[in-house]
Design a protein around this ligand. Structure first.
Ligand SMILES: [Zn+2]
Length: 253
């Protein structure tokens, strides 16, 4: 995509985040991969309602500003950590959508698949990245989750989603917020019932065939050893079932 079109897209999706009340004050940030190792970013200390093509900035792979008057946002290191590990990723979107952020703030994640279509789009779970200090510690906390996931909740922060376009990253964040909202709405009714584990292999196979998820990229689905325990590594019995089904699906693939 040409740089002018990408600039227009970043502005469009910045305003969508603001229009849906998924950011307040200067919250949230967006970036997109340009050619030649450069990246287009939203400016820091600016409402997402006030992002214009002319106040976007361009940075290099180290996060240093190449052009634009504004300063890069402080979470740029998290975006760069994603681009570095995932050459397939061309855009990263971060916001604080209230339902997903409520789960993250409560130390919860989306660890039980309850909507078949969401398993195909995002995988069986959306993990919670542990809370950490901003800067290198936050990058170190996020890093192990990047190869296997396309969207994460971050404790004490919100949602990060990434994809092959700004639209795809935004839609992944939207689906995460939707799942979180359903999860919270279902609480008075006893909470969402997880899909039967027997359904998961077929859903994961559909996901792989659609070119989505770690298996389609030839990457191990589970978090690497030594990484902070994600939901799939927990002692939760449903997570254990999912883990078994994932292992079986991977063997068949
Ligand atoms: Zn944030």
């Amino acid at each position: 995509m040409s740089e002018p079109r990408l600039r227009a897209e970043l502005c469009d999706y910045s305003r969508r985040l603001h229009g849906r009340d998924w950011v307040a004050n200067h919250d949230g940030n967006l970036s997109a991969r340009l050619t030649d190792g450069r990246f287009l970013c939203t400016p820091t200390a600016t409402s997402k309602a006030e992002v214009h093509t002319e106040n976007l900035l361009v940075v290099d792979a180290s996060g240093a500003r190449v052009s634009g008057r504004a300063k890069p946002f402080s979470e740029l290191g998290l975006h760069m950590c994603i681009y570095k590990q995932r050459p397939d990723v061309h855009a990263v979107v971060h916001a604080h959508p209230p339902h997903a952020t409520a789960l993250a703030a409560s130390g919860r994640c989306l660890d039980q698949p309850f909507l078949a279509e969401a398993v195909v789009s995002l995988g069986p779970t959306i993990p919670l990245v542990p809370v950490s200090a901003p800067g290198p510690a936050a990058v170190a906390a996020l890093e192990p989750f990047v190869p296997a996931y396309d969207v994460v909740l971050i404790a004490g922060n919100g949602v990060f989603a990434w994809g092959d376009s700004v639209e795809q990253a935004y839609l992944r964040l939207e689906l995460c917020e939707h799942l979180a909202r359903i999860t919270l709405l279902a609480q008075p009714l006893g909470g969402p019932r997880p899909l039967p584990a027997s359904l998961l292999p077929a859903l994961l196979e559909s996901r792989r065939r659609a070119g989505l998820g770690p298996e389609a990229r030839g990457v191990q689905a589970l978090a690497p050893p030594g990484s902070p325990p994600g939901p799939l590594a927990s002692a939760d019995p449903v997570a254990a079932l999912i883990r078994q089904e994932l292992a079986a699906a991977l063997k068949r693939a």
